[in-house]
Design a protein around this ligand. Sequence first.
Ligand code: UD1
Length: 369
Amino acid sequence: MRRIHLVVAARPNFMKIAPLWHAFSRHHEFEPTIVHTGQHYDYHMSTQFFEDLKLPAPTINLEAGSGSHATQTAAVLVAYERYLLDNRPDLVVVPGDVNSTLACALASAKLNIPVAHLEAGLRSRDMSMPEEINRILTDSMSSILWTPSQDASDNLVREGTDPQRISLVGNCMIDSLYKLLPVIESRQTWKQFDLPQDRYILATLHRPGNVDDPKILSTIVKALERISREIAVILPLHPRTREQLQKQGLLDNLDSMQNIFMIAPLGYVDFLSLVHKSHLVITDSGGLQEETTVLGIPCLTVRPNTERPITCTAGTNRLVSAQEIENAVLDELDSARPAPCPPAYWDGHTADRILADLDHRFQNPLGRV
Ligand code: UD1
């Protein structure tokens, strides 16, 4: 029996780990344990995702909570090491690039427990992003690097990584999307806003680079206000964004706009239901660039770079600055919807490939775990 820890921490992790949990649970030779670091803790940021994705409650919640980068990373590091000392697994799987990803990889590597990084090899080449630091350090400590696309594998090889550590498996988050697509399609969350389908924009913003900078935040808010004269905007608010809007005195005005629907963060199915029937998405999220590519929804990403360039070269994504949002939206309002164009291996079978890869690595003396 191989004991596997599946680490989850923040909103974008749950849909990446869920397919692995379901796949491991079907195989007698694996014993998966869900370890929640507690980085995200509100019902709408965590528990609702467990319900939507049919995940059991985590076996352990480390309750690390919020704080500065050092405080949060250190809290997870200390708490997870303590847990590992009493509950040593054969492998720790860490997804994505949040602070808990790095902390859990570090705690495991220092105890000589093999780490598998799910979503390895992504690079924005922007070290001002905390996530880029987390990605590079986590990859450097991981025995197994499961990459979502060829460009990610190429990044790792270029950095001198032993190719034996790398397996191109595809995009696990897209497994969740395909599995729940019938539920997402039947949910019709957009109807709650009394809007016709395909005639609204869905906007989500939470990156410190956008929302913690008063000038950029105000430029984005003004753009959304002008856009809302042409088309309705639904704006689920991340707690960080709500706090910054309030601090800058922008919240009440935005809330009073007739064609802007400011709402609480949504669960997975409700959110994807809104994405699926939107005309266009404006975001600074990582995962949403990928989900819109697979669904064929135009996506404007308010960032100077992306660690997911395949969504621009093969998909529906386009990078814009805060100043460019309004014109980019006007361009898109007149354009026909692009065809969905999922990259190779974004096909709903990534968890199966991961299990096959692990089987090989555990059995083959040359395959490293
Ligand atoms: C984190 C990740 C980011 C990811 C995002 C998804 C890092 C460095 N950042 O950013 O990569 O895209 O999650 O949402 O790990 N808060 C709540 N309730 C919660 C969680 C947070 O109110 O359940 C508030 C707290 O005030 C907290 C703030 O949101 O201080 C930020 O949370 P944090 O987890 O530190 O970073 P995110 O901005 O969510």
